[in-house]
Design a protein around this ligand. Structure first.
Ligand code: SAH
Length: 398
């Protein structure tokens, strides 16, 4: 690896690094022209040439790398990576021992001390996601650490490092033995058919584990549940397992229908007793209003940003409107599950959206429960953006 290079931090940004902020922003660096080879180790200095932190160079959106240590003497080598991964594995000990949960996150980027890298566990298989070419240069260290620390069946990877962080098509298999797909995993006893070799989305979002359990255990019984932006129908399955009288899943992607059928089937549920609709959610809302449909629970889990033929949806701007439409078709005393993974706003702004939507609808409500990321998606208080998930379970009172 190339030798360490020194970066000067602009004076306005020094305080962030001093207080433990881990992301090396493009705008924070005076001499970014010295950055040439991704993966290079960088030392950050303030304007008085005082050492601030050590990290690596990797382009990830506006980021130019991540802080790895604030100890100038610490070397970034195999021992460093193995230490962080060992600590992360120990932190998930209870999940490894939980027979009802066989898929979860074992390494969550900066939350576990190495930004730009996540590792997920799927019943004996590990999936490494690389968010920059820079972190990808440390691949051998990570593989060696996993080899030394766990006995895995196989390793897969996702390269998410073009300049937008989108997924690069590739054969995702890395080492060990290949899995047979679908690989059926569990979270709180709910089964999921996953495909680790089929693009960025493997079939389940692991971070909604607690929310799905709560929907199943506390809110579904006897309700007709509308699940919008349903993808593989994970929330619908949770609701059906919890005794929903019926679920209706709506997603505009064609693949969502066979994927949802599969998800019901691996849980021993009769998919034919449920509606699985391939359509733009915003059209479906109009249809539901026209037909005067009302639901006992409406689940909203839109992407942060989406463009369909007729609609552009941006969570930071359009969430109140989305909620308003959901409110219209929710029964009195019904439940709205509002979820957002948009990292540009936090829970308090999200609650503001909820207040705004109910006010505009002339309805009253009560937030019954709130969720953020589950404990395996470890975050640090110095990096609020990392704590992206916000879920509110809301009761429509009027
Ligand atoms: N709730 C899902 C994850 C949602 S991912 C789960 O628990 O697994 C976001 C989904 O929104 C994608 O499947 C995408 O196809 C869908 N989507 C995006 N815009 C949409 C629109 N306007 N109407 C319906 N679905 C949409």
């Amino acid at each position: 690896m190339a030798k360490t290079i020194n970066l000067q931090v602009k004076s306005d940004f020094v305080k962030y690094f001093k207080s433990g902020y881990p992301l090396i922003n493009k705008d924070a660096i005076k001499n970014s022209e010295v950055l040439k080879v991704e993966g290079t180790i960088i030392d950050l200095f303030d304007d008085k040439n005082q050492f601030l932190a050590k990290g690596y160079y990797g382009t990830q959106n506006k980021g130019r790398g991540w802080v790895l240590t604030r100890n100038k003497q610490e070397e970034i080598n195999q021992v460093f990576f193995q230490g962080k991964i060992k600590q992360a594995l120990d932190y998930r000990k209870a999940l490894f021992e939980d027979p009802e949960t066989t898929a979860f996150r074992i390494f969550n980027g900066e939350g576990d001390g190495i930004g730009g890298l996540t590792i997920d566990y799927y019943d004996g298989y590990f999936v490494m996601s690389w968010y920059s070419e820079g972190i990808y240069r440390f691949k051998d260290y990570v593989i060696e650490a996993l080899t030394n620390l766990v006995s895995f069946k196989g390793l897969y990877e996702k390269k998410r490092f073009d300049d937008k962080g989108t997924y690069i098509e590739d054969d995702d298999f890395v080492a060990g033995e290949r899995a047979n797909f679908p690989l059926v995993v569990k979270q709180n006893g709910i089964h999921f058919a996953t495909y680790l070799n089929d693009g960025a989305m493997v079939g389940v979002f692991l971070d909604q584990r607690d929310v799905r359990k709560t929907i199943r255990d506390k809110y579904s019984e006897g309700k007709h549940v509308l699940n919008t932006f349903s993808y593989t129908g994970a929330f619908s399955v949770a609701a059906a397992l919890g005794g929903a009288s019926k679920t209706t899943s709506v997603d505009l992607a064609n693949r969502s229908k066979p994927k949802t059928i599969e998800q019901f089937s691996v849980n021993g549920l009769d998919y034919a007793a449920h509606d699985i609709i391939v359509e733009d959610v915003f059209n479906y809302f109009k249809y539901a209003v026209r037909k005067q449909l009302k639901f006992g629970m409406v689940i909203l889990d839109p992407p942060s940003f989406a463009r369909s033929k007729k609609h552009t949806f941006s969570a930071g701007k359009d969430y109140p409107d989305l909620l308003k439409q959901a409110i219209t078709i929710t029964e009195k005393n019904g439940i709205i599950v509002a979820s957002s993974n948009c990292s540009t706003f936090g829970m308090s702004k999200f609650k503001g959206f909820i207040e705004k939507a109910f006010k505009a609808s002339g309805e009253t409500y009560k937030i019954l429960e709130e969720f953020s990321l589950p404990n395996d998606f470890k975050t640090i208080k110095e990096f609020k953006e990392g704590n992206y998930l916000k879920v509110a379970i809301i009761k429509k009172e009027s």
